[in-house]
Design a protein around this ligand. Structure first.
Ligand code: SAM
Length: 264
């Protein structure tokens, strides 16, 4: 399978991803599963699982045999399968989900929808693999305000390069009502939305900067595309933007959440 546009910047190791974004995904997974009401006795699909932050949370709640997962990035599929033995982890994308009809009680997409090239098709595919009356839930960072790490990065990038591809402008589903509207358009019932709040702790600015230097996702890809001089200017602007931290600090992150029930 050729990597899609959205998956191309995620052809990286699970460990590198964890140092950059997985540090947020792990705690977000707890809040996401709580909000979706995931408890024992259910079968759940992790959509765009990455190296498996949400998969791990689901395994803890439901057991490995009740959890399945897929992602278009081969190194992430390998990492997720290696970390969570007994979970059925497959290579695939949300527009053509590699599982049978009506197979799951719920499907969950954590930080994925904004990378999917055809979100309407994905919503119909999710409706296909989840049984009638089941749950489909998704969450995406609020790029405009709530995700401090990405907001600070893009604010700094815009100071250095007015044409920087700020995710708040370039990507969908981070604003209020956007995921809910997609679910409603696809015919889901009982659509509800809310927000999820987490944070991550850094030992210092170098730890934060090394995450961007791994070249992961839109921010990392942009950072590594810059000539050395401009990247140094971005480093300086980001350091200033964060108040020139000399020691440890934490950054907050807010994700937009919505869920719906598959019609039956
Ligand atoms: C920010 S990561 C989130 C990974 C994981 N869900 C987490 O919370 O850590 C985005 C993920 O979406 C995956 N992705 C990109 N395009 C996709 C598509 N069309 N269908 C499913 N997943 C996709 C990427 O490969 C990547 O693993």
């Amino acid at each position: 399978m050729e990597p899609t546009e959205g998956a191309r910047s995620f052809l990286t190791s699970g460990d590198a991803y964890d140092r950059y974004m997985g540090r947020y995904s792990r705690t977000l997974a707890v809040a996401f599963a709580d909000e979706a009401g995931i408890d024992t006795g259910r079968t759940v699909l992790d959509v765009g699982c990455g190296p498996g932050a949400l998969t791990g949370e689901l395994v803890g709640r439901l057991g490995a045999a009740a959890v399945s997962a897929f992602d278009p990035s081969p190194p992430f599929v390998e990492a997720c399968a290696g970390r969570h033995p007994g979970v059925d982890v497959r290579l695939g994308r949300a527009e053509a989900i590699p599982f049978d009809d009506g197979r799951f009680d719920a499907a969950m997409a954590q930080l994925v929808l904004h990378f999917v090239s055809d979100p309407s098709k994905a919503m119909h595919e999710l409706r296909r693999v989840v049984r009638p009356g089941g749950t489909v839930a998704a969450c995406v960072w609020d790029f405009a305000e709530g995700m401090e790490m990405l907001r600070a990065f893009w604010d700094a990038a815009l100071l250095v390069d007015a044409a920087a591809p700020d995710e708040a402008r370039a990507l969908r589903f981070g604003g209020p009502g956007e995921i809910a509207a997609l679910l409603l358009e696809a015919g889901y019932d009982d659509v509800a939305e809310s927000t999820l709040r987490v944070s991550s702790h850094y030992s210092g600015f170098d730890e934060l900067w090394s995450g961007f230097m791994a070249g992961i996702g839109p921010a990392g890809t942009y950072c590594m595309s810059l000539p050395d001089e401009q990247r140094a200017a971005l480093h300086h602007a980001l350091f200033q933007r964060l108040g020139e931290p000399v020691g440890p600090f934490s950054l907050a992150a807010l994700a937009r959440y919505a869920s719906g029930r598959t019609p039956g």
